[in-house]
Design a protein around this ligand. Structure first.
Ligand code: ZN
Length: 326
């Protein structure tokens, strides 16, 4: 179980934020950013619990009715947009119920929390609709936003928030969290070294035995092509892995976004394994080239839902990567 104290150990910005929330001095709006798997959502949810918890002791107590309902997402004063699909943008319509609720007082007379995960997915219209509430603190509402980065958010929204950048976890911290979950120490060490500072990814790796083989395959293919002649052997490796297609695209997109953030000086260099033969080319690639690759990955995802064959999708994707990184 990760607690707010686990986050305090990760760095001063997180520690200061947790302390402010616990002492009743929470900022009106906080934007938590960081690469995938650093625990932005977990941190935001724990902070929401801490803000709604009415226990007399340390908050969140995770035992009281408020904590339990906040954790389950059913607390009437925890306002979240209803976005079900993972990759969809957040539109004004999704925020309508939240904005409407804000025109009344908190349902239970205490504090109220607006939790907006993946805030970078809000359309410009949705962000504008939110602005008024962000601009006018009412004393009872706290906004918690999470986002992969600050790009995609309007400067007017960003400037209303305290920005807390969650740094990647140190391998030792990850190892400690895994050991607390009774993971065998050799395995914990391997995963901590491979997970690129992402606790979420570390847990995925531990819980999903196929993960390590998928990651290796992803690195030996997508992260090992640099010219057209590298494509056919990579394509051959992917041919029979149709069942892993979505997981492979997830892994590719996750790492690709890290390279993109790094290219814009907004994140640390990803740490690929020695299986990624062209990692250097990814690290040197321009933001424009990486954006083109990201568009190709997103197109591949759409094609997956339209019955395009996995082989054709993989082939096209590998050629695009080899052209952009050449
Ligand atoms: Zn509580």
């Amino acid at each position: 179980m990760i607690t707010l104290d686990s986050f305090c150990a990760l760095g001063e910005p997180q520690r200061a934020l947790v302390q402010d929330v616990r002492s009743g001095r929470a900022p009106h709006a906080t934007l938590i950013t960081g690469i995938a798997g650093t625990g932005k959502r977990t941190l935001a949810r724990l902070l929401a619990c801490a803000l709604l918890c009415r226990s007399d002791g340390d908050r969140p107590c995770m035992q009281c009715k408020d904590c339990r309902r906040a954790q389950a997402g059913t607390h009437p004063d925890l306002l979240m947009p209803s976005v079900r699909e993972k990759d969809r943008s957040i539109k004004v319509d999704d925020l309508r119920a939240v904005i409407q609720a804000l025109s009344y007082h908190a349902a239970e007379g205490g504090r109220r929390v607006v939790l907006l995960e993946n805030a970078q997915r809000m359309t410009v219209q949705a962000q504008n609709a939110l602005l008024k509430s962000l601009e006018e603190p009412d004393g009872e509402t706290t906004f918690l936003l999470t986002a992969s980065g600050e790009t995609g958010l309007l400067p007017t929204v960003r400037s209303r928030c305290r920005v807390v950048r969650v740094q990647p976890w140190a391998p030792a911290e990850i190892e400690r969290e895994l050991l607390r979950r009774q993971v065998d120490s050799a395995q914990a060490q391997t995963i901590a070294a491979l997970c690129g500072g992402s606790l979420g990814r570390a847990l995925d790796m531990y819980e999903n035995p196929a993960f390590l083989s998928q990651r290796t395959l992803c690195e030996r293919t997508f992260f090992s092509v640099r010219s057209a002649q590298d494509v056919p052997p990579a394509c051959a490796l992917l041919r029979d892995r149709k069942d892993d297609a979505d997981a492979l695209l997830d892994l590719l997109e996750q790492q690709e976004r890290e390279y993109l953030l790094h290219s814009m000086n907004a994140g640390p260099a990803p740490k690929p394994s020695k299986d990624a033969l062209c990692a250097h080319a990814w690290e040197q690639a321009s933001p424009r080239a990486l954006e083109n690759v990201l568009s190709a990955v997103l197109l591949a995802r759409r094609q997956r839902t339209c019955n395009v064959s996995w082989q054709a999708i993989a082939d096209k994707l590998l050629y695009t990567i080899s052209e952009e990184l050449n």
